[in-house]
Structures are given as structure tokens and as C-alpha cells.
Design a protein around this ligand. Sequence first.
Ligand code: NDP
Ligand code: 2IT
Length: 495
Amino acid sequence: MCFFPVFLYSIDRKIPGPLTRQNSQKMEGFPASAGAAKGPDKGAVFMLKNEYLQRVYSQTVTRDPDQKEFHQAVLEFLESLDQIIGQHPEYEKKGIVETFVEPERVITFRVPWVDDKGNIRVNRGYRVQFNSAIGPYKGGLRFHPTVNLSILKFLGFEQILKNSLTTLPMGGAKGGSDFDPKGKSDEEVMRFCQSFMTELQRHIGQFVDVPAGDIGVGAREIGYLFGQYRRVRGTYAAGVLTGKGLSFGGSLVRTEATGYGLCYLTQEMLSKMKHDSFQGKTVVISGSGNVAIFACQKATELGGTVVALSDSNGYIHDPKGIDLDVVKDIKLGHRGRIKEYADRVPGSTYTEGFRGIWTIPCDIALPCATQNEIDGEIAGVIVKNGCLAVAEGANMPCRPEAIQAFQRAGVLFAPAKAANAGGVATSGLEMSQNSMRYAWTFEEVDRRLKDIMTNIFHNIYTAAEECGKPGDLVLGANIAGFMKVANTMLSQGLI
Ligand code: NDP
Ligand code: 2IT
């Protein structure tokens, strides 16, 4: 029994989680903490009114106190659920929410490999198989030195909701390693991928778990991973990975899909909510990897002018519009740094530090680099500069206080689990084509992708309206994504 109807959490810009609580000493198992609630200048205050959800969040934090990114993703989701949980007593009765926030399985393994100098190197590999109620586990692999269980659990958790929104039969998962492909030779990357897959292969399969790419994992890595899977298993099971090359079961449009899908959803949001479009708009996109490059391409095709891109070192500004051929040559051609662009394109500038990109005024902001790159302060600058719409190409690039700042200012905001679902949706289409042993044309896949993204927008828009919060697409995405999985979990019993 909770004696206190309101449970307060303060989310600081740097350290998300329950930094503050008031009157919560009756909550079983919640770690003691102290401190006054943060003022609005320091961070946003979040409330969970429902006692059951308070308990679930408290247990999530207590179990894994260091998993800040995971807490952040779970809290945002629970806040949305708070709006409807009272109408669904069956979820508490059957323990659906506490089951939903706990991964079905977490696999960690060591990945030994030999570098070009003959040194033995050991990385850590992971696969978080979060939820398989509506289909086999599905989600990307991230190779980046910052990879840890907190990040993979947040990504796997959001993937459940995202995959549900696509309407395709895919559960949620994420995996990867703290291996850094940057600066490694092709041979080193190959040896690493072979070692990684030698272990991962026993945990995946077309009806079990289907990995794909994410940060640091593109066509090259997927090729090496697929080669090793085929060799170790002695079977040509194309459907075990997505994002494959076209000659071995890959789908047209998968490379472009996340960036294209992001723009399709943004276009639909602008049209429905502001009777507007990309036409004539100034666009800023962070990152310069797979998602950013193809978002830049589609935004330009739709009539926008993309004036800035970044990488983890800094950003380029080209007021006349980014020359994407130059970016592709730098990033896809020889894995160079974005700084080169300013040396090659007259009239453009390069500035050190990737966060400064958001000081450039824009109508549409598409953060496509990594998590938590936009905090409350940066969001304030984006709002002040008159931005119309923010759509998340990366996973969780906006901190909670940034999202609040956008929503309060009336800036349209599309959350990642809806806005960047085009990548995994097209992975789902790749799986379908693999099952049929048939390949659709570019136009066919692109048409399906566009339909899926348009559908996602309308579903989340309608869900928000039905919850009495029209325009709150964070709420709409969380509720629409969750209901399908939750009701499936109810049908299948306690698993
Ligand atoms: P890439 O590896 O192709 O590119 C990542 C880009 O983000 C690079 O420009 C990279 O710069 C930058 N970046 C990565 N980490 C950081 C960091 N810590 N700080 C600043 N910049 C950083 O990855 P993707 O484009 O595939 O992924 C980008 C985002 O989109 C991720 O959040 C991913 O989870 C998400 N996403 C990807 C999908 C896909 O299909 N690929 C699908 C849905 C979401 P640098 O080169 O300097 O590291
Ligand atoms: O975050 C994501 O949705 C991805 N990295 C794509 C996953 C996939 O399985 O295509």
C-alpha cells in the first residue's frame, strides 16, 4: 500500500534516474536517496501517479542501479502507461508490466581475436533478447567502445515497442560489443566478426533471433558475420541476418530505409499537424552515418535544404545545401572524418565539437547520431531559433527535459520508436523476401516502407488522441506499441 499519491523523480541533465523522491519511504525495496527536487533550470520533474507503475520502476532501478540509460527509457514508457493503466486492471493482475521490463534472456560472452600485429585482444559481446511475444527477437548489433548492458537494454526495450509499431511480426532485441571498428583494418574487422559470430550463432536463427546493423555495423560487418554463420552452421539460412548484400539475400532499400523512413514520417507529421512539408525548409541533421546520409538524401529530394551534418569530432555548415556526393565519398568511400568536407567544398565551414551543430537555426531538426545528444539547454536553443519539428533518427537522442521543452513550445516531436522504425520495418521486408526466395524491386520495397511509416504516424496520432492528449506522439507511440505486445502476452500466459 502506498500512502503517497504522487511519486516525484527528477531527471538531471547528466545522470538520469530517480535522483529525488518525496515521501517514498514506504516503497518496498527502493534505495534510500536524498536531496531536494531540482528546479526547472536544472532538470525536469517526472511523476508516476499509479502505485503499480511506481513499484515497477522502483524495482527496475533497485535491480540494476547503474543502468541509467535503461532507467531513462523505462521511465518515459511508464509515464505514458500512467495515462491508461487505470483502465486495464488485467495488466497488474497478470504482472504484465514487470514482465515487460525484464528481458527474456541476456547473453554475454567473450570475443577473443588477434590484431594485425599478432597481439591477442579480448572484447565483450552481448545479445539482449528482450521480448518474443509477437515474433522472433529482432534488432541491431552495435559495435562501439561505449557499448554496455545499460545501453543495450535501453535499445532492446525500445525495439520491442518500435517493432510492434511496424505491424510486422518481430519481437525486440539488441546486441553488440565494446569493439571499436574505427581505425581497424578490414582484416581485423573480419577476424573480430568471425570470433563474435562463432559464439552468437548458437543463440540466433530465422525463427529465433535475427540481428542486423546499428552504429559501427554496416554492410561490411554484416557480410563477415553472415559468412561465418554459414561456415559454422553449414547451412544457407539467409533469413538469420538482415542488412545483407544484394547478392546474398539482402533487400533493396534496406540501406536507405531508416533515413528515408524518418523523412516519410516527418513529412506526414508536418502535413497532418501543420499543413506543411519539407518544401523550402532548412534542415539540420546530426551524424553522418547510415541514417544521417539517407535522411539528408530524402529531405533534399522532398524540397528541404540540409545545411549541416556532424560526426563525433565536429560539424560542417554549408548554407547553400550539403553536397551529399562529397559526404558519401568521405564516409562511405574511405571512412574519413566530416572535417574533410570543409577542405573540399568552398563556402562551407567546420567547427570542432559535435553539439554546436544545434546552434544553427533550422525549421526541421533530425538528430541521427546517438543517444542523449540533445539536453534541455540545447533544446532551448533549438526552440528559440524557431524550429517547427524535431524527429528522432537516432535512438533516444533527446533527453526527457528536451522532449518536454519541445512539447511545451508546440514544436512537433516524433519519438525514435516511431520515427526511425523504417530500418527495422525494411528488415522485416527482407525477412519476407528471404522466406519467399524472391526479391522485390526498389520501387516495391520503397512503396511498402512509405505505407508503413505513414501508417505508424496515423496509429500513434490516433492513440494520442484517444488518450485525450492530441499531438503527444511520445504517448501515442508508447501506448500503441505496448498494447499489441501486452495483449499478446496476456493471450500466451505467463512466459
Ligand atoms: P553509423 O555507425 O553509420 O553512424 C553513426 C554516426 O553517429 C556517425 O556519424 C558517428 O560519428 C556518430 N556518433 C556515433 N556515436 C557518437 C557519439 N558517442 N557522439 C557523437 N557522435 C556519435 O550508425 P547509424 O547511422 O546506423 O546509427 C545512428 C543512430 O541511428 C543510432 O542511434 C542507431 O541506434 C540509430 N538507428 C539506426 C538504424 C539503422 O538501420 N542503421 C535503425 C534505427 C535507428 P563517428 O563516425 O565520429 O563515430
Ligand atoms: O535501432 C534499430 O531499429 C536498428 N538498428 C535496426 C534493427 C534491424 O533489425 O533492422
